[in-house]
Design a protein around this ligand. Structure first.
Ligand SMILES: [Cu+2]
Length: 147
């Protein structure tokens, strides 16, 4: 009688073990990938923050309005010499959502600047992103993000 009960129990526990081993390895690989991704993001964001700058004047983008960066790099929007601006993804002062754009810019509220502000915005995904100002519809800049 007892042996009849032991056999299915042993079979069940063996199946459990063979299932757990590959799942554990998979979990380790996923965890490692997450840690590596977190590290590389942090490095590229801090390393590039002074490389690419778009400057704003009073009612205009001044200087270079077309910038090419790599995915994960930041563009610094320098409003040191300007006035109030409200930057969004889009054209002609109108917000138009673009998939993959930085979330701070990819909404109708946008990113607000007052004269003296300087803000770095990370572009995590490849694509061509048009940036306009809700206050000054003629303001237009383009950030091309490569992989
Ligand atoms: Cu503006």
């Amino acid at each position: 009688m007892p042996t009849f009960h032991w056999t299915p129990l042993q079979r069940a526990s063996r199946e459990h073990i063979t299932l757990r081993a590959p799942l554990g390895a998979l979990a380790c690989i996923l965890l490692l990938a997450l840690v590596l991704a977190a590290c590389s993001n942090g490095n590229s964001a801090s390393g590039s923050s002074n490389g690419s700058t778009i400057t704003m004047g009073s009612g205009i983008f001044s200087g270079n309005t077309s910038i090419t960066i790599k995915a994960g790099d930041a563009v610094t929007f320098d409003d040191s010499a300007g006035g109030p601006h409200d930057l969004v993804i889009g054209t002609g002062g109108q917000f138009v959502a673009a998939s993959g754009a930085p979330s701070d810019l990819n909404n109708s509220d946008g990113v607000n600047f007052n004269g003296g502000d300087k803000k770095a915005i990370v572009f995590p995904n490849a694509g061509t992103f048009h940036i306009t100002c809700k206050i000054h519809p003629s303001m237009q800049a383009t950030v091309v993000v490569t992989t």
